[in-house]
Design a protein around this ligand. Structure first.
Ligand SMILES: Nc1ncnc2c1ncn2[C@@H]1O[C@H](COP(=O)(O)OP(=O)(O)O)[C@@H](O)[C@H]1O
Ligand SMILES: CC(=O)OP(=O)(O)O
Ligand SMILES: [Mg+2]
Length: 419
């Protein structure tokens, strides 16, 4: 059984074609089930001099190709993925009917939190949340409609990011808002990045050799969120009603006081819609650095002495540490801190700053391991890119675990098809 997983991130498009045949027991290695994979980076990113381009990568069996293209939108990226998979020379599919379903790492379904076959009601539920997830829902809806038109007989499945957080206790998901807002308008902390945090929960349990560990999963990428995990379940997360909240995001604001808005309207003469659009595209790391939402650009500029870029990095790290502290108290301790996604897997600068001076909490970071992590081989039985960064004497383990959202979405898609 083949499932194509489409992962439309705020800054990227990634896909994997996965074979999910048979029973997916714990000894199945997800990497052994990948038939093809591809990624397009820096979607919607118009930084730098000259014509902006995206770096693209595709691997189909032994065929590996890296190339550049003018920055596409998500629709063009999805089309090019299908063209690659069905290419007569390098492709691995005769046509799309060889695939049992396309699974989407869909973001905000509001009243639909779970995994569903995409029908008009699911598309409507997503559209209802467009204002809450402006960087995520519209491209997913467009891609789903495009694929539904092109392959009317192919099941499309939406695995919503909120589902993993359904286990968060009420006292950590209720806002202190006026009566009825929650019941009548579904205003509550939903939480996102569920596939990534669920993958981290599963993989960390394997690497730690125990299922009851208290874990803080740090998903730091285009969008950023931390999740506290206990007994494999989400018990607290930083994103709230929308994926704009919690930590500063690439170009979206993070936590912010809503009462600044009426003042901003009076002082700037802008409408609420204009201000919200700015908060969701000109804020976050991009807003503070006044340079870019891509941390690679910000780290380079900070290294060259750019004060605003250094401030963006400092705010980002302070916010991560503030939330981490809350999670450690909420769980009564932490057995493992895990870094994942584009920043978590690649930025030794952020990992080091986040873990600084925590020895008194039993969190001892090994800076040398951190510096040497890239290019080092994983511990025995580990996947590429995995490794630990804690000192041998640390009571809390610190890991880098490359996320595998596509594996979680593929498993959930298979389950949804069987119902
Ligand atoms: N080598 C690197 N060093 C620092 N940050 C990186 C590096 N590579 C990628 N990133 C960051 O990761 C982000 C992409 O993360 P990713 O999780 O792939 O994104 P998405 O949110 O689009 O799914 C980039 O925007 C950039 O900020
Ligand atoms: C919320 C979400 O899914 O974010 P991203 O893919 O941009 O990291
Ligand atoms: Mg992502």
């Amino acid at each position: 059984m083949l499932i194509l997983v489409a992962n439309l991130g705020s800054t990227s498009f990634k896909y994997k074609l996965l074979d999910v045949s048979g029973e997916l027991t714990a000894d199945v290695r997800p990497d052994d089930r990948v038939l093809a994979r591809g990624a397009v980076e820096r979607i919607g990113d118009a930084q730098g001099d000259g014509e902006p381009t995206s770096r693209c990568e595709v691997t189909i069996g032994d065929y590996h190709h890296v190339y550049e293209m003018p920055v596409p939108d998500h629709g063009i990226a999805v089309q090019s993925c299908l063209d690659q998979l069905t290419d007569p020379q390098h492709g691995c599919l005769k046509d799309a009917s060889a695939v049992s379903a396309i699974g989407f790492k869909a973001v905000h379904g509001g009243r639909k939190s779970g995994t569903f076959l995409v029908d008009d009601d699911v598309l409507e539920a997503m559209a209802e949340m467009n204002a809450a997830a402006p960087a995520h829902n519209p491209p997913y809806i467009a891609a789903m409609k495009l694929l539904r038109d092109r392959f009317p007989n192919l099941p499309l499945v939406a695995a919503f990011e909120t589902e993993f957080h359904d286990s968060i206790p009420e006292a950590r998901r209720v806002y202190a808002i006026p009566p009825n807002w929650r019941e009548d308008y579904q205003v509550q902390k939903w939480g996102f990045h569920g596939s990534s945090h669920r993958y981290v929960a599963e993989r960390a349990a394997e690497l730690l050799g125990r299922k009851d560990a208290r874990i803080i999963s740090c998903h730091l990428g285009g969008s950023n969120s931390l999740t506290a995990i206990q007994n494999g379940q989400s018990v607290m997360t930083t994103m709230g009603m929308t994926p704009q909240t919690g930590l500063p995001q690439n170009n979206r604001v993070g936590d912010f006081d809503p009462f600044a808005l009426p003042l901003l309207m009076q002082r700037s003469g802008k409408t609420l819609e204009q201000l919200l659009a700015e908060l969701a595209s000109e804020g976050g790391i991009k807003g503070i650095s006044e340079r870019s939402g891509d941390l690679r650009d910000v780290e380079l500029a900070a290294e060259d002495g750019d004060a605003k870029s250094q401030l963006a990095l400092n705010v980002f790290v302070e916010e991560i540490r503030r939330h981490m502290g809350g999670m450690i108290v909420a769980m009564g301790g932490v057995d493992a801190i895990v870094f994942t996604a584009g920043i978590g897997e690649n930025s030794d600068i952020v990992r080091s700053a986040v873990c600084k001076n925590l020895d008194s909490l039993g969190i001892q970071f090994d800076e040398e391991r951190n510096q040497n992590h890239r290019g080092s081989s994983p511990p025995e039985g580990g996947n590429p890119g995995e490794g630990y960064l804690h000192a041998e004497s640390s009571s809390t383990q610190i890991w880098v675990i490359p996320t595998n959202e596509e594996w979680i979405v593929a498993k959930r898609t298979k389950l949804a098809l069987s119902h």
